[in-house]
Design a protein around this ligand. Structure first.
Ligand code: S5P
Length: 286
């Protein structure tokens, strides 16, 4: 199965340039970790990515400086929770991303009609298209949303842009199941130039795909709801371990509080990276 193929091999023949770049990053840095940096100030966001002297309570305990850049493949943001956002926030983040060789994923979860999401992606105060390599969208409203986002990418100057379809969710009672998840895969197949994969809790294309592999099809699975120590939170989040997620077919593990809310985010990032990479290597062997 394709899950036993290495990132390096997948990078060689993947049709999408951004996916190739991501596989190469993972291979070079030996990490499949996406940090979900759900922090609420520019300073916190930047200092968790890059070594900045931190006097903030959240990171002050870390002893030295938090700097996750070297240990992650992707840095995931919720840019609309930053209380002091200016374009400088994302300008600086882009600089750090280049320096540490990671991609930026804005977890905006587009969900509206095409005309609206184009404005939300391209413009507004956040100008997400300008700085986020990866975005995600729900197909609740149908296929048009993916057409709309793809069109924005095609008409823009940046070539290294990719879409993940939100095919499942980790929260309790999620309705993103069954037919919805199946439709997510079908829509992705029609938009392979720009849809690089899914946010999902398991390998999806094998479910809807019969035995024969579709040539040129290689969707990336980003799995959220990852924790080494917790089973969930008070608001319905449900966690599985890095090993379990990798077993189910994850390619990239998205970790939020498991990394940034502890007393030593760098040590936590290393622990998740080691667990994720070990599981990846044993999948290659198995
Ligand atoms: O199904 C999902 C999809 C996403 S993108 N479940 C999720 O939790 N997420 C996001 O992943 C969520 O918005 C948050 O940013 C992150 C999980 O954070 P954690 O602190 O629970 O690891």
């Amino acid at each position: 199965s394709r899950s036993s193929v290495s990132h390096g091999e997948r990078a060689k023949c993947h049709p999408n340039a951004l996916a190739r770049r991501l596989f190469a990053i993972a291979e070079t840095k030996q990490t499949n970790i996406t940090v979900s940096a759900d922090l609420t100030t520019t300073r916190e966001l930047l200092s968790i990515a890059e070594a900045l002297p931190s006097t903030l309570p959240l990171l002050a305990n870390s002893g030295s400086f938090a700097a996750l850049g070297p240990y992650i493949a992707v840095f995931k943001t919720h840019i609309d929770i930053i209380s002091d956002f200016t374009s400088d926030t994302t300008d600086q983040l882009q600089r750090v991303a280049e320096k540490h060789n990671f991609l930026i994923f804005e977890d905006r979860k587009y969900i509206d009609i095409g005309n609206t999401v184009q404005k939300q992606y391209r413009g507004g105060a956040l100008r997400i298209y300008d700085w986020a390599h990866i975005i995600n969208a729900s197909v609740l409203a149908g296929e048009g949303i993916i057409d709309a986002l793809s069109q924005t990418i095609e008409n823009g100057e940046e070539r290294d842009r990719g879409i993940l379809i939100l095919a499942e969710m980790t929260s309790k009672g999620s309705l993103a199941t069954g037919e919805y998840t199946k439709a997510s895969v079908e829509i992705a197949r029609k938009h392979k130039e720009h849809v690089i994969g899914f946010v999902a809790t398991r390998q999806l294309s094998a479910d809807t795909r019969s035995d024969e592999a579709v040539p040129g099809e290689d969707f990336l699975i980003f799995t959220t709801g990852i924790s080494i120590s917790s089973k969930g939170d008070a608001l319905g989040q449900q966690y599985q371990s890095p090993a379990s997620a990798m077993e189910r077919g994850a390619d990239f593990l998205i970790v939020g509080r498991g990394i940034y809310s502890g007393s030593d985010p760098v040590a936590s990032a290393k622990a998740y990276r080691d667990a994720g990479w070990k599981a990846y290597l044993s999948r290659l062997e198995g």
